[in-house]
Design a protein around this ligand. Structure first.
Ligand code: ADP
Length: 347
């Protein structure tokens, strides 16, 4: 089938047309700087118009949606109810879900007669047990306010899990893995019998591993100290934790290729910190899983840097565990999940 895949960000629109049988990419387009100062393209509608796509030759469109909350544990056919739910979930991911929904609306306007399917970044982690997904906060914070760990990068963890199972000649329903998506954003996932049972990102993508410009785990008291004692506004702390921390915070550079080449002491420290945090998560997940068939590296860093892979795996505990590097393909996973939804609905 020919499936269009749309990833609508706050200032960008990515479109890919994939022939799912052959996995061939027929069209790949991206429009950036949407709605930004000085940009000719004021919204997602104009961005899609500019791409000049002939929708009459497309069977369906899969849309990446970042937050599916507790409502969506699988990809779904988009109807009014689903759009309302995605809108309501914007409270949990304001920038992302609003842009994703805008992408859905403009694509439905252009191609009203084909199925549109939402594929959620959180859905793969819906199988996490409560012991992994809850924070040890007063229970009503979860019950009344939905404050819990959701996890992200689900399409990537799910895709590389299936690829790894194939490589290992294992049934996907019996494969045990630790998958590491290491890109600008980074997360680890503990997979038991083909299901996510824990992951390092939480309520937002800020938790967990040390990333390009996100801190990952820190003691939450640091936030109060910065606010109360250093007089920093909550907004500036949020910006700092998301955009000025991680590798960027330690060595002023978030591109791992450049960090790896640098002789600077801070660059070395940043890498050491990042690798150590990955090892900590692997150790924790190994303790929970007991054993794994393999540890899987993916994302720009995981796929390309043998130095990072080998450094992570050099610890005494990990030396004898099999590890794989697998190229992720979130668009293909979205297209495949869209096909599954279409088939299950008999469309
Ligand atoms: P995103 O999360 O934005 O999709 P990617 O998955 O493309 O990002 O990963 C981007 C990261 O991958 C950057 O830090 C980049 O430096 C790193 N990267 C890409 N190629 C290499 C390489 N050959 N060696 C080390 N790091 C690499």
């Amino acid at each position: 089938m020919k499936i269009g895949v749309i990833n609508a960000g706050s200032s960008s629109l990515k479109f890919r047309l994939i022939e799912t049988g052959t996995k061939k990419i027929l069209i790949s387009q991206i429009v950036e700087n949407i709605g930004e100062h000085g940009s000719e393209i004021k919204d997602h509608h104009e961005a899609l118009e500019r791409m000049g796509i002939d929708f009459s030759k497309i069977d369906a469109i899969g849309h990446r949606v970042v937050h599916g909350g507790e409502e969506f544990s699988n990809a779904v056919l988009i109807d009014e109810r689903v759009k309302d739910a995605i809108e309501k979930l914007s409270i949990l991911a304001p920038l992302h879900n609003k842009a994703n929904l805008e992408g859905i609306r403009v694509a439905q306007a252009k191609a009203p007669n084909i199925p549109h399917i939402a594929v959620f970044d959180t859905a793969f982690h819906a199988t996490m047990p409560k012991a992994a997904s809850l924070y040890a906060l007063p229970y009503e914070m979860y019950e009344k306010h939905n404050i819990r760990r959701y996890g992200f990068h689900g399409t990537s963890h799910s895709y590389v899990m299936k690829e790894a199972a194939c490589t290992l000649l294992k049934d996907v329903n019996s494969v045990n893995l630790i998958t590491l998506h290491l890109g600008n954003g980074a997360s680890a996932c503990a997979i038991q019998n083909g299901q996510s049972i824990d992951t390092s990102m939480g309520f937002t993508p800020l938790e967990g591993l040390i990333m390009g410009s996100r801190s990952g785990d820190i003691d939450p008291s640091v936030v109060f100290y910065m606010h109360n004692e250093l007089g920093m506004s909550l907004e500036s702390i949020e910006t700092m934790l998301n955009k000025e921390s991680g590798l960027m915070g330690i060595c002023n550079e978030n591109d791992v290729r450049k960090v790896l080449k640098s002789q600077d002491e801070h660059a070395k420290l940043a890498l050491e910190m990042m690798i150590r945090r990955i090892q900590k998560y692997i150790g924790a997940y190994l303790a929970i899983l007991g054993s794994v068939d393999a540890i899987v590296f993916t994302g720009g860093i995981g796929e390309n840097s043998s130095y990072i892979r080998e450094s992570v795996m050099s610890s005494e505990l990990l030396k004898n565990i099999k590890f794989l590097s697998i190229e992720t393909n979130e668009e293909l996973e979205i297209a495949n999940e869209a096909v599954e939804v279409i088939k299950s609905k008999g469309i």
